[in-house]
Ligand binder design. Structure first.
Ligand SMILES: NC(=O)c1ccc[n+]([C@@H]2O[C@H](COP(=O)([O-])OP(=O)(O)OC[C@H]3O[C@@H](n4cnc5c(N)ncnc54)[C@H](O)[C@@H]3O)[C@@H](O)[C@H]2O)c1
Length: 307
């Protein structure tokens, strides 16, 4: 056992982030239980984890052991993983990591249900923008609650933003910092204001990229070619598709509520979410994604110009 004192991890939500978090925890040697709302979603999430582990094994073999994980490490990670749909599976955990939809009411309700279970140990939220202090008020032990903001894709990105709520104890903050390191992540400390540090800086950049397209200043492809100028690994519109357009919109709205109209989400981002475009997770966003084919610009986006 490491300095965090944690051996058993629980993850709620097996979407984009929850599946990555569960994978990383299991690979780091923690016994990990991950739950979601129904069997179909759980099975899809477990397939995503297996595929991601397999890609890391292939990367290990291709790089001669410089990157990735061994076949044995993959097998051990899968042995460490348990999945299901019942909240009660989380009762014996040392820490619960919440990675459900970016919606205050849904997260507050879950925190109350977890309190009602009698769970009384560490509890963190992977929220991108919602106040940790507000979420902590819905857990019976706000001193044991904190923000642990993993980056997407979780198995690849080394940074993890840690956010202390108003009532988070020193002990909790220290144990979570140790835990982040035990997961192989670099802890980055931030204060509890909307968007914390990373999304406060990054979401306005992504939102402005949408405005550049909707005002007709650049095409989708050209806006993404700014990687060639800025040194980023991925263009802003492709990044939005990977983040999830619903998640990005929710974060921009939280920033707007706290800091005002500078953070107002671009109308095109809203139009896309309103018409069911969620990005890579459902195959349609700024680009259309089909397995085995390169992404193509979504014609509805290419046509849209703000008058
Ligand atoms: N997408 C990103 O790049 C990113 C990055 C950092 C943090 N986050 C944050 O991580 C969280 C999850 O985002 P995501 O992109 O994985 O979303 P997602 O939509 O891919 O997954 C959310 C999952 O939560 C499940 N869920 C919803 N309510 C639930 C409940 N009550 N109990 C159990 N499961 C429930 C859904 O079925 C879904 O599988 C959000 O708070 C988001 O802001 C996202």
């Amino acid at each position: 056992m490491g300095q965090s004192g944690i051996t058993r991890v629980g993850v709620v939500g097996i979407g984009l982030m929850g599946s990555g978090i569960a994978q990383v925890a299991a690979t780091a040697g923690f016994h990990t239980v991950v739950i979601d709302v129904n069997d179909e979603i759980v099975s899809r999430g477990m397939t995503r984890i297996e595929e991601s582990l397999q890609r890391l094994v292939e990367s290990y073999e291709k790089s001669g052991g410089q990157r990735g994980i061994t076949q044995e490490q993959k097998a051990t990670a899968l042995q460490n993983l348990q999945s299901g749909t019942e909240l009660s599976l989380l009762q014996d955990r040392d820490i619960i990591i919440e990675a459900i939809v970016e919606n205050f009411e849904a997260k507050a309700k879950l925190n109350e249900e977890i309190s009602a279970l009698g769970y009384d140990r560490l509890f963190v939220s992977n929220t991108s923008s919602i106040s940790i202090t507000r979420l902590a008020a819905h857990y019976r032990y706000p001193d044991r609650f904190m923000g642990m903001h993993f980056m997407n894709p979780v198995p690849i990105q080394p940074g993890c933003e840690l956010i202390r709520g108003f009532l988070t104890s020193d002990e909790t903050a220290e144990r979570i910092t140790h835990f982040a390191r035990e997961l192989g992540k670099v802890p980055i400390q931030a204060e509890d204001k909307a968007g914390f540090g990373i999304n406060r800086m990054f979401v306005p950049f992504l939102n402005e990229a949408v405005r550049v397209v909707e005002e007709g200043i650049m095409s989708v492809e050209d806006a993404d070619k700014t990687t060639l100028c800025l040194g980023h690994k991925m263009g802003p519109l492709t990044t939005l598709d990977y983040v999830g357009l619903d998640t990005a919109l929710a974060v921009a709205e939280v920033l707007e509520q706290e800091f005002g109209p500078f953070y107002k989400p671009a109308p095109l981002l809203k139009r896309l979410v309103d018409s069911g475009h969620l990005g890579v997770k459902n195959g349609k966003g700024f680009y259309l994604y089909e397995k085995g084919k390169p992404p193509v610009v979504n014609p509805a986006v290419a046509r849209y110009r703000m008058r």
